[in-house]
Every structure is written in structure tokens, then in C-alpha cells.
Design a protein around this ligand. Structure first.
Ligand SMILES: [Zn+2]
Length: 648
């Protein structure tokens, strides 16, 4: 059986961030795992290059649109190449074969009566390239996805009869409970479809940077809507509409996507496929987002983590391990250097690296690096049984898209390996002249390491090749079958010295994310910044007192408070800071406080933040609050203080 695994195609309006790297690592891991098992596997990634946003970004950059797309697309491809991503094809939606395939699909849908021409009048968000019905807008004006102002657009458009597929989609979700993974994400999709599907506008006349209409339809001023174009990449990459030789890989086993584009993949895409009479993908795997040190990453905060920077500092395979191990698939994850370093030091360096070093050391000392597994069963059948149980349990975790559980279980092998040395103390056996027993212990641990390396190979391909080399075998489908499926042991083998695989890391290897956004770039601040850089070497967390006082903190009294309609998180407060006018602060505390809890109470306000616009409302400050797993609480003065009293 063949396997087909995809990442989303990445939009070329910005460079790769850590979320892109995460999706790509997961997909690469699964593809490598399937190949290891001997499956004929096709792994696709690429870039999405059409749409009004790209046209505008290119204009801003002063470049022809194609040149702009070429450059950004190349940054993705180069990064994946540098990271050793094992894709079989890197598709670009500006590829000629892709365009041909999209036109063919359009013709098929049109001939079937699933596409018709009409007018669209709607509220359009340029940033999201999406029309929204009035009922979905916030305050009848703002985009429900990004909060930006929408504009009313009327244009001629071709429509896809999405409404025809409502029942068929619901039937499919019901009969394929694993279509959307993790299952916890399925409800939002099902409810959306149950709420009623409107036909989907699939062409535009307001810009030209897209796949042209098929000639057979003869309506040149239209170009394809970006989602129709983009989603079809999963079949055009296999040659749909041109050379269809690779279509035998269809349907896909897993489309990995971020949760923000789940709806497009779980509703539009299967409806398009039904219209084309093609089978649906087996699974849509939707993952969460990454924060940094608990904060949402954004350019304005200056805390975006570049995957290249992390990989350069810590090693790309350590990063792969960390990201896959740290977060249950589907949930949001947090990147912090502390957590990353902890996993490198405790799991990679202590549990795995040290175990390998001990085996190298003991084998050298006891038997000049020559080991065989002859006596392993005799002395260590208990450990072999434990090891086999774990090895047998692993497959299901990766197949169910739970890499964190896979790695967690896999790590139990190292606990067995370390435990066996502690329990049997081969050095004591050597002293007592029980050399056979001592070598059996070394050999059983070498076998544990070998098998663990095979199973860890999809996550850390190069590192595990070094381990395999140290144990003088190769990781491939044959050794997978022998060592894992047939449970064979390594025969006579040499152990080679290798340098430590995971040197301990004592200090963060990258600069920490800036904590406080500078308000104005004064000379004084710049010089204090320079100073901090020097003191940073001594202690990363210390700041100058002057830096602290750059933040103006004040006691405020809440005069008015109301809910922001349609927002789950926001409350709008009017706060007395002892100034002439009240300050309006929009705060994300609605889940924890009702307006009545707040009126006439005091809060601590960051008073010199640049005003920000949230859901179209100006917010002129920020409340201090503390949040842990039990929820959020505001920081308040212990006794009433005059409004505007500075805090320091
Ligand atoms: Zn928007």
C-alpha cells in the first residue's frame, strides 16, 4: 500500500516561522516512519503563491509579482533543504502543471453543474481574502477572523454549490470519526456545517494574480479564488489534469494543517473532491499554535522565533525532538529556551546520550569493543520481554498522530537500559570473574539502544544513524523488520567510539525575547540597552532599574465596564487614572470577570503603552494580572489609593 502525506502549502507573504517548521517536522517524521516500514511513500510540501495579498506585497516591495513569489518560495525550499526535510515534491501554485490541473478541475465541476455564475455582494476582508455574511461580522463592520475593517464589494463571480454538499459532508464526518484528528477538533467543523453552508464564490475579477479561467469557459476577466487554487495542489502535485502517473497515491493519508485552516480542509476540500468524484483524504490532522514564553508571537512584539536561528543554536534534530515531544498534537504549544534546554539535558543527554557512552566505555574496557548477544536471553529475558512490550505498543501512537506519546513510550526503553546497568552492576561481575554475565548486560543494553535508535530514526534521522554506526548496524527497512517486527537481536558486533551526542547546555544559546516593548527610542534608553547587553552575559534576567521605571504603572479606578459584544475575551473599561479624561482600556479578562465585578474597584494599569486597536476600539493601557492553570486574577492595591497614584 502506498502512503501520501502533505504539509499545507505555505503562503509566500512572509518568511517561515516556527509553526511552519512544526508542521513540516511532523509530516517529515511520519513520511520517514512510513518509508522505514517499507511503505511506498509520497511526501508533499510547497508554496501557495496567488491572491491579492501577494500582488499587493510585491507592489510594496517594488518587485514584479512572479519575482517576489520566486524569492519567498525559495526561502522556504532552502530552509527545508537545510533542515533535511525528505519531501518528494515541492509544489508551487505558479507551476504550469498546477495551473493546468486547476483549470481541468474547474471544467469538471462546471460541466457537472456545480459551478454557476452570479453576483456577489458582500463584506470582504482583504487580509483574509474572504467574504463574510453580515451576520458574522463584528459590530456589522469588522472581520470575525482578524478584526480588521471589511469593505462592501459587489462583483460578478462564479460560485461553487457548496450548499449541495451539506448532507454528504455530515454523513462523511459521522461515518469516518477519524477524518478530523484529533477528534476533539471535529465538533467545530460539524457545527459549522450544521449551521448551513452558503455557496462559495470561487473566482475574482478585482485582481489578476491567480490561475486564469479555463479557455473553454471564455470569461477572461476572472481568476480563481485562492482557496480553490490552493487546495487543489494536493492532487495537481500527483499530476491531476496533466500527467496523471502518480494519481495512484491518492487519496492522501494525512493532510497536516494548522487549526486556523482546518475549516477549509475539512469542508471546502472534501466538497470539491466529491464534485470531482475523487475519494476523500483519510485524515486531516490539525495542530495548534506556538507561543513563546507564554506570549503570542508577533512582529510588533519582536518575539517571533525563527526556526533557523533555533536550529543554528541548538541543532535541528534537537528542535524536532523538542517540538514533537513537548506538545500533545492538536494543542497549542509554548517555545521557551528553558523547557527546551531541560529536555535536551534530561532526556537526550542523560537518558540517551549517557547510556550510549556507558556502553561504549564498558565494551571497550571489558572486551575490546567486541560484543555478541549470545548470553542475553539467558541472563536478561525479563528485560527483553519488557522491551518488546514497549516496541509493540509504539506504532499506534504515530499512526494516531500522537508523536508526544510515541516519544514518551519510546523513552521507557532508556529507563530499562539504565535500570539494567544499575541492577546488575557489570563492573562488580567483572571483578568477580563473571565475565559472561557482565557482557550479557552490556549486550542487552546495546540491543535496547539499537532498537530504540530504529524507532527514533524518523524523528532524529542523523543522530540515530550515528548511534547505529556506533553499534555497527544500519537503520533501514530490513533492520526495522529484523529488529522490531521479528524481534531479533544484534549478532556479533563491534562498538565504536563516538563523540558525545548531546553535550549538556548550561546557559541559553539565544538571546531571550524582549520582555517590554520600548515606548520611545530615546538616547538614554539606547545606552541602557547597550549596557544590558553586556550585563546579559552575567545574568540573562537582570535589568537596570532605569528600564523598570520606563514603564509607567499607576493605580486606576474602574468607572465603567461593559462586555464587548461577540467577543469571548474582551471587556471595555473606562478607568480613572487621575487625569482629565477617563482612559479606555480593552482587556482580555471577560472569561474571569463580569463588568459588575469591576465597577468601583481598583486595578494596576500600565499607563504609557502605545494605544492599540482591538476590534475597532482604542485601548489606552493594560491591566496587570496573573494567570496560572486555575485562571486569571487582577493585581490590585491592598488598600484603596487615589486614582493615578504611581506604582514603583
Ligand atoms: Zn480578516
Amino acid at each position: 500500500m502506498s502512503k501520501y502525506i502533505t504539509t499545507p502549502i505555505y503562503y509566500v507573504n512572509g518568511e517561515a516561522h516556527i509553526g511552519h517548521a512544526y508542521t513540516t517536522f511532523i509530516a517529515d517524521t511520519l513520511a520517514r516512519y512510513e518509508r522505514l516500514k517499507g511503505e511506498d511513500t509520497f511526501f508533499l510540501t510547497g508554496t501557495d503563491e496567488h491572491g491579492q495579498k501577494i500582488e499587493e506585497s510585491a507592489k510594496k516591495a517594488g518587485k514584479p509579482t512572479q519575482e517576489f513569489a520566486d524569492e519567498i518560495s525559495a526561502t522556504f525550499k532552502n530552509l527545508w533543504d537545510e533542515f533535511g526535510i525528505s519531501y518528494d515534491k515541492f509544489i508551487r501554485t505558479t507551476d504550469e502543471e498546477h495551473k493546468k490541473g486547476v483549470q481541468k478541475a474547474f471544467e469538471v465541476m462546471y460541466a457537472k453543474g456545480d459551478i454557476y455564475k452570479d453576483f456577489y455582494e458582500g463584506h470582504y476582508c482583504v487580509s483574509c481574502e474572504t467574504f463574510f455574511p453580515e451576520t458574522q461580522l463584528i459590530d456589522s463592520e469588522f472581520c470575525p477572523d482578524c478584526g480588521r475593517t471589511t469593505s462592501v464589494v459587489k462583483e460578478e463571480s462564479y460560485f461553487f454549490r457548496l450548499s449541495n454538499y451539506e448532507d454528504k459532508l455530515l454523513e462523511h464526518y459521522a461515518s469516518h470519526p477519524d477524518f478530523i484528528m484529533p477528534r476533539s477538533r471535529a465538533n467545530e467543523v460539524v457545527n459549522f456545517v450544521k449551521g448551513g453552508l452558503r455557496d462559495l464564490s470561487v473566482t475574482r475579477t478585482s485582481f489578476s494574480w491567480g490561475v486564469k479561467m479555463p479557455k473553454s469557459i471564455g470569461d477572461d476577466k476572472h481568476v480563481m479564488y485562492v482557496w480553490l487554487d490552493a487546495l487543489l495542489n494536493y492532487i495537481t502535485a500527483l499530476g491531476y489534469g496533466s500527467d496523471e502517473a502518480k494519481m495512484n497515491y491518492w487519496p492522501a493519508d494525512v493532510h497536516f494543517v494548522g487549526k486556523d485552516i482546518l475549516r477549509f480542509h475539512a469542508i471546502y476540500w472534501p466538497a470539491f473532491l466529491m464534485s470531482l468524484d475523487l475519494p476523500l483524504p483519510k485524515h486531516i490532522g490539525a495542530h495548534g499554535w506556538w507561543t513563546r514564553d507564554g506570549e503570542k508571537m508577533s512582529k510588533s512584539k519582536g518575539n517571533v522565533v525563527s526556526p533557523k536561528e533555533v536550529a543554528d543554536a541548538y541543532g535541528v534534530e534537537n528542535l524536532r525532538y523538542f517540538m514533537l515531544r513537548e506538545v500533545p498534537f492538536g494543542q497549542d504549544g509554548d517555545f521557551s529556551q528553558r523547557a527546551f534546554i531541560d529536555r535536551i539535558n534530561s532526556e537526550l543527554s542523560n537518558d540517551l546520550g549517557n547510556l550510549l557512552n556507558r556502553i561504549i566505555g564498558m565494551s571497550g574496557k571489558y572486551s575490546d569493543f567486541e560484543i555478541d548477544s549470545v548470553d542475553v536471553v539467558k541472563y536478561h529475558s525479563k528485560e527483553i520481554e519488557q522491551m518488546n512490550l514497549i516496541l509493540d505498543s509504539l506504532d499506534v501512537f504515530l499512526e494516531n498522530l500522537q508523536p508526544h506519546r510515541y516519544l514518551e513510550e519510546l523513552w521507557k526503553l532508556f529507563a530499562i537500559g539504565n535500570g539494567v546497568i544499575q541492577e546488575y552492576e557489570p563492573w562488580v561481575k567483572m571483578k568477580n570473574g563473571q565475565k559472561d554475565e557482565a557482557l550479557a548486560t552490556v549486550a542487552v543494553v546495546a540491543n535496547i539502544l539499537a532498537k530504540a535508535a530504529v524507532m527514533l530514526h524518523p524523528v532524529m534521522p542523523n543522530t540515530t544513524n550515528i548511534i547505529a554506526d556506533a553499534l555497527s548496524f544500519e537503520i533501514n527497512t530490513t533492520s526495522y523488520k529484523e529488529l522490531i517486527l521479528e524481534k531479533k537481536l544484534l549478532k556479533l558486533f563491534n562498538i565504536k567510539k563516538v563523540p558525545p551526542l548531546f553535550p549538556r547546555i548550561e546557559e541559553p544559546l539565544m538571546q531571550e525575547a524582549p520582555k517590554v516593548e520600548p515606548v520611545t527610542a530615546t538616547k538614554k534608553e539606547q545606552s541602557s540597552k547597550k549596557q544590558t547587553k553586556e550585563t546579559k552575559k552575567e545574568n540573562d534576567n537582570l535589568i537596570e532599574i532605569g528600564q523598570f521605571f520606563e514603564t509607567s504603572l499607576k493605580v486606576g479606578t474602574v468607572v465603567e465596564a461593559e462586555e464587548v459584544p461577540k467577543s469571548k475575551k474582551l471587556l471595555k473599561l473606562q478607568i480613572d487614572l487621575g487625569e482629565e479624561n477617563l482612559r479606555q482600556v480593552v482587556a482580555g479578562i471577560k472569561e474571569f470577570y463580569s463588568p459588575d465585578d469591576l465597577i468601583n474597584t481598583q486595578v494596576c494599569v500600565v499607563a504609557n503603552l502605545k494605544p492599540a486597536k482591538l476590534m475597532g476600539m482604542i485601548s489606552e493601557g493594560m491591566l496587570l494580572a496573573a494567570k496560572d492553570e486555575d485562571g486569571l486574577c487582577l493585581i490590585r492595591p491592598e488598600k484603596p489609593k487615589k486614582s493615578g497614584t504611581p506604582i514603583g
